[in-house]
Ligand binder design. Structure first.
Ligand code: FAD
Ligand code: DLZ
Ligand code: SF4
Length: 509
């Protein structure tokens, strides 16, 4: 035969580089469900079901197009359980002259693939992943010689390079960034559009049964299951977002409402990251919505920035900084991940709601991940390895290239400021302004000290005091440290005592 073309679970794109120039009569496409990928961290049940079902549907589509697909299901009696083991068996079955694979999304998988040539005694061609707007090499060139790698400047370059929301060389509307018009607090009585709920077909039903049986000890609710699992469904979800949500995306981007997990976000990250949607396709369609007067510039620019700015930038940072990035721990945080992250009891309503929704949906929107869950992990000083593992497990859009920079860089400041210019630390006031969680909380958000005070309030100051040596020279924290310096001894003592009491109870649970 010809080449063996391996497609991984997050490479479900018909135009993926590993399928280009495929000889339909000679080459074989290999796809395999393997236990190692589902358990190297114990992924959320819904995430495993999503990936497996999307893989099976993709394989069916390839077959319909005439590809010869060698698909190994998880419960195949001969399944070795690892990518390498399945590639080895496929090499024996098909005797290919080479293996072709697209550059993977995780460093550990890249290292594994790089060893196959020697271990399996067959040529391995790793092709660039053309589904991103900026390659790791281009990002390296952009980063080279810069003192600081700030997203905003990267984003402007991407806008220029790909001519997105540009008018005669200038940004549309005259400004690069319209965030001053965004991020309104939630209004009461918001009439949110219904979320897209795909129907469970027989392929997905079979996968759900498999996951229920094989991964019952994993975190998360398997059903109800509503993810899109085909490109056609994902394209429909994109259209629904543009028609029903995009116009308000900017306004309520940071707002959190109890019982409303989806807000005006797009819920497209699952589909983008596994390849069912393409970033430029999404961006061009949202751009059109602006030019046709269907969504305002603040919403469209804000949304486009997330995709061609943040998403591409975090991938650039990941490949620039790995493998060292995985062990960064600038603040020497060592606390064990508290049980409440797995649904353990807590009186903190904001955390309880965000974790409940994460468990149900394998999704939380950005500000829940950043300013509630992430802020808490930062303030109490959880070990970055454990926080990374948790985020990689619980979200259906999580692959290390995108998860790790957000966790180690954005929320934990574990990289010492490569990604963010200061830690995103905040007291309860921020959460109260941007949500209605505090209305139903055991704690009082206005109280600064005492057993019924909002823990974020004293944990914030305790964090600054505890990390003074590492953070006080950060110019963006100078005002906060002026307040720490002005704080009387009694106040500082009360804060530290409250924090000690809270952390002791947290560690016991
Ligand atoms: P929307 O709010 O509708 O945003 C549109 C798109 O922009 C997203 O689909 C996503 O592709 C992109 N985007 C927005 N913010 C970011 C960002 N910071 N980094 C990368 N892409 C971004 N996103 C993931 O895709 N996978 C992850 O594992 C992941 N882990 C995160 C962990 C933490 C601690 C934080 C703070 C953020 C994380 N994000 C991650 C980024 C962001 O929270 C999600 O992309 C977003 O919540 C997905 O929901 P959505 O599609 O409704 O996004
Ligand atoms: C996430 C995931 C899961 C749960 N299972 C598989 C699998 O069985 N087979 C596969 O090819 N890919 C899977 N994936 C996606 C991979 O983990 C992903 O391709 C790598 O992490 C590289 O990004
Ligand atoms: Fe969260 Fe504090 Fe508000 Fe309670 S009072 S919901 S702990 S911010």
């Amino acid at each position: 035969m010809g080449a063996l073309r391996l497609i991984l679970g997050d490479q479900l794109s018909h135009n993926i580089s590993s399928l280009q120039d495929c000889a339909l009569d000679h080459d074989v496409v290999l796809m395999c469900e393997v236990r190692a990928e589902a358990t190297y961290v114990k992924h959320h049940k819904k995430k495993i079901a999503f990936v497996f079902s999307a893989m099976r549907h993709f394989a069916d589509e390839l077959r319909e197009q005439g590809y010869r697909v060698d698909y190994v299901e998880l419960d195949n009696a001969d399944n070795t359980g690892s990518l390498k083991g399945e590639v080895e068996r496929a090499v024996e079955r098909n005797n290919p002259d080479r293996i072709i694979v697209t550059f993977p999304g995780e460093y550990r998988v890249l290292q594994d693939i790089r060893n196959w040539r020697k271990a399996l005694d067959v040529e391995v061609e790793i092709r660039p992943d053309g589904r991103f707007l900026c390659s790791p090499e281009e990002f390296r060139m952009w980063a080279d010689g810069r003192k600081q790698l700030r997203m905003e400047f990267f984003y402007r370059d991407m806008r220029r390079r790909h001519d997105i929301l540009m008018r005669e060389g200038e940004p549309e509307g005259g400004k690069w960034n319209y965030d001053v018009d965004n991020r309104k607090p939630p209004k009461s009585g918001l009439e949110l559009p219904k979320t897209y709920k795909a129907k469970v077909d027989p392929v997905t039903r079979e996968v759900l049964e498999l996951v229920a049986e094989q991964f019952s000890d994993h975190f998360g609710d398997l059903e109800p299951f509503h993810f899109a699992v085909t490109r056609a469904q994902a394209v429909y979800a994109l259209r629904k977002f543009i028609d029903e949500r995009l116009a308000h995306f900017g306004d309520y981007q940071d707002a959190m409402v109890e019982g409303e997990p989806w807000m005006y976000h797009s819920h497209l990250s699952f589909y983008l990251n596994c390849g069912l949607l393409d970033p430029l396709e999404i961006v061009r369609k949202t751009e059109q919505a602006y030019y046709r007067g269907r969504a305002p510039l603040n919403a469209v620019e804000g949304f486009v920035r997330q995709i061609i700015g943040w998403r591409e930038y975090v991938r650039g940072i990941y490949w620039l900084k790995m493998p060292r990035y995985a062990s960064e721990n600038f603040l020497n945080a060592e606390r064990e991940l508290p049980q409440l992250f797995w649904g353990g009891e807590t009186h903190m309503n904001c955390l309880r709601q965000c974790i409940k929704e994460t468990k149900e949906n394998a999704y939380a929107h950005h500000i829940q991940r950043l300013m509630v869950l992430g802020n808490f992990a930062l303030l109490v000083g959880v070990d970055p390895n454990q926080v990374n593992e948790w985020y990689l497990i619980v979200y259906a859009d999580a692959y290390e290239w995108v998860e790790m920079p957000n966790v180690s860089g954005m929320i934990l400041f574990a990289d010492g400021g490569v990604l963010a210019s200061k830690p995103y630390a905040a007291g309860g006031n921020y959460i109260n302004n941007m949500s209605n969680y505090c209305e139903n909380c055991f704690y009082s958000v206005t109280k600064k000290n005492g057993s019924d005070a909002c823990p974020f309030n004293y944990l914030y100051w305790d964090f600054l005091i505890r990390n003074k040596d590492k953070l006080r020279n950060n110019p963006r924290l100078s005002l906060a440290y002026v307040s720490v310096a002005k704080m009387g001894k009694e106040k500082a003592k009360a804060i530290q005592e409250d924090a000690r009491r809270f952390l002791k109870a947290l560690d016991k649970n």
